[in-house]
Design a protein around this ligand. Structure first.
Ligand code: SAH
Length: 578
């Protein structure tokens, strides 16, 4: 819930606008001195139309910590600026200021240091992966060192799909020097003495078995002993796991709940298939699987893998007390492959989600010219693997290999990355061990159609005329089918220096089935510098004007010109009504 606090007429009008367009707001229109404190305590975030100084005076007695305070954004009387005052990161203040700025045409005034440097805030570094900073970590000192360009060393047990840190953060395994950033599930790593931040990744799974009536205290003691013996941090445990049969074993449930761990249970038959070092026939007789704790830990930690990257690893074999057993497995981090369409060219046709994913990635893979186009959206410290034209397979393989190694990878393509671009070769190679996120982009046919009018108002086909990887007879059969079906037809890759006859042939096939006056639109460099838009007819169109940067749209027999614009009617029945 976002509280809107407005005390003046202009403020109330602006608050009205936000309340109309945002579904999640609540108005506080009393005097600011009572409204702001109330909104601060009742809402997740607050927009107040008040001077920063006045807001600070009212909020001062209520401030808790930057981890818990809601984001408060002040907007000036003229609505020129949106200033996050509290909760910039954890409270979503910066994010809210940007939202307010878009809604009111104001400018966000972001003053937190890491945002200004385009760098990472250590407060929530890895937060989306479930990282927790070990209490006592010196976030302020290490964050300041990162921002001021000092040498900071980083040591990590494993590669996690994290955003990049700036180039002054260098690898320092196995013994980092202060100031240091350590990513580890090992309890022994207390960090070097001096400013350090230790992140606990959610890498461990505790497998548990128990006999009927076990006491919570016994399970708790056994878990503590096991973590201690293995030298592992409880903060890195992401869940506990056991067999279905124990899903109602109160002592086990209580011990797990006391740690705030989620509990996953598996059918005995599934656990029986997991290879473990210490199977037991006695356990098989009682539970239907030769292993509960070891098998449940390994199974919950992820799919097994016989080839690199390896699957989960059992880091602590079964230990038992009188009525309970425990084992610990470590999951392999899952890499992240974002497949991103960057749109046809213009920056404002690149989606905010694409920008966020580019910002999130530590490895960028793409054609050199596209990487250049979005270079400003890449975070300092990211690795760029750019390559020249062709080499699609190599680019796809490189992106998948980097993600399989645990990194956060962005594979970029122009327009939409799934349309005659990188998504298919990448996903033909990608296995189950990585997460894939696809961000749609505005494909050339949409960008061109918008410039031409409304040529795609009814059924249409996209056809690539490139016969480099598809035999021409196959392409010709598809064009013939589109012609016979009277589909509006968009031609990608219409011509190049070596391919100069295909477009002429394609148009001849269409011309056999639709009238000579059928509109043909073609757009070169849609939304890029030098953009050129032309409209002709099937009879007058000269295919010589098309090249690799051109998209051609041939209308259906219903497409016509209206006031200079290409329109394919929806053919609504009601349009014909008197
Ligand atoms: N993934 C891209 C298409 C790649 S195929 C997309 O979704 O748009 C390359 C072809 O797309 C080019 O030969 C051209 O026909 C077309 N194309 C891509 N961008 C274009 C643009 N800005 N203007 C005109 N045509 C474009």
């Amino acid at each position: 819930m976002i509280g809107l606090v407005a005390a003046t007429a202009a403020g109330r009008r602006a608050a009205d606008r936000l309340a109309r367009t945002w579904p999640d707001t609540r108005r506080y229109d009393a005097s600011a001195s009572s409204a702001l404190p109330r909104a601060f305590t009742e809402c997740d975030a607050v927009v107040c139309f008040l001077a920063v100084g006045a807001a600070v005076r009212l909020l001062a007695p209520l401030l808790g910590s930057k981890h818990t305070d809601p984001g408060v954004v002040c907007v000036d009387e003229a609505q020129r600026y949106a200033v996050p005052v509290t909760g910039a990161h954890a409270g979503g203040g910066n994010e809210l200021a940007r939202r307010v700025a878009v809604a009111l045409g104001a400018e966000p005034v972001i003053t937190t240091a890491s945002d200004a440097a385009g760098s990472v805030a250590l407060d929530d570094y890895g937060a989306d992966l479930g990282f927790a900073a070990e209490p006592g970590s010196d976030l302020a000192a290490v964050g300041a060192a990162v921002l001021s360009g000092d040498r900071v060393t980083l040591a990590a047990d494993a590669a996690w799909p994290l955003p990049p840190l700036p180039p002054n953060v260098v690898r320092g395994d196995p013994e980092p020097q202060v100031p240091a950033i350590v990513v580890s599930d090992r309890a022994g790593v207390s960090g070097p003495s001096g400013p350090a931040v230790i992140y606990r990744p959610p890498s461990l799974v505790v497998g548990l078995g128990a006999s009927r009536g076990v006491a919570a205290a016994e399970v708790t003691a056994l878990i503590g002993e096991a973590l201690g013996a293995a030298g592992l941090s409880p903060r890195s445990v992401r869940q506990a796991a056991t067999v279905d049969l124990k899903a109602d074993e109160q002592g086990l449930l209580d011990a797990v709940a006391a740690r705030n761990w989620p509990l996953t249970t598996f059918p005995a038959a599934e656990l029986a298939l997991v290879p473990v070092p210490n199977p037991s026939e006695a356990v098989r007789a009682a539970a239907g699987t030769p292993s509960v704790a070891e098998a449940a830990a390994v199974l919950a930690a992820g799919p097994p893998s016989s080839e690199p990257p390896a699957g989960p690893e059992l880091v602590l074999a079964k230990r038992a007390s009188a009525h309970a057993t425990v084992a610990i497995a470590r999951a392999r981090p899952r890499g992240r492959l974002a497949i991103i369409g960057i749109g046809p060219g213009a920056r404002d046709l690149l989606t905010p989600r694409a920008a966020a994913e580019l910002h999130r990635a530590s490895v960028i893979v793409g054609l050199g010219q596209y990487v250049e186009q979005i270079a400003d959206l890449i975070r300092p410290g990211a690795t760029v693997l750019a390559s020249g034209l062709g080499h699609e397979q190599e680019r796809a393989a490189a992106a998948v290999a980097e993600a399989a190694a645990g990194r956060a990878v962005a594979l970029i393509g122009s327009g939409d990355a799934g349309v005659y671009a990188m998504a298919s070769p990448a996903l033909e190679l990608a296995g189950e061990t990585i997460d894939v996120i696809s961000v749609p982009g505005i494909t050339a046919s949409l960008a061109a159609a918008a410039l031409l009018g409304a040529p795609l108002g009814h059924d249409h086909a996209l056809i690539s005329l490139s016969d480099l990887h598809t035999a021409w007879p196959v392409i010709e059969r598809r064009i013939t089918a589109a012609a016979e079906a009277d589909l509006v037809t968009c031609f990608y890759n219409p011509a190049s220096r070596e391919r100069d006859w295909q477009l002429r042939k394609a148009l001849a096939i269409l011309a056999a089935c639709r009238p000579p006056r059928t509109p043909v639109g073609w757009v070169r460099d849609a939304s890029r510098p030098g953009e050129a838009v032309h409209i002709a007819t099937l009879a007058s169109f000269d295919p010589g004007g098309a090249d690799m940067r051109t998209l051609v749209i041939v209308g259906s027999s219903r497409t016509r010109m209206v006031a200079g614009r290409m329109v394919t009617p929806r053919d609504y029945r009601w349009a014909a009504w008197p």
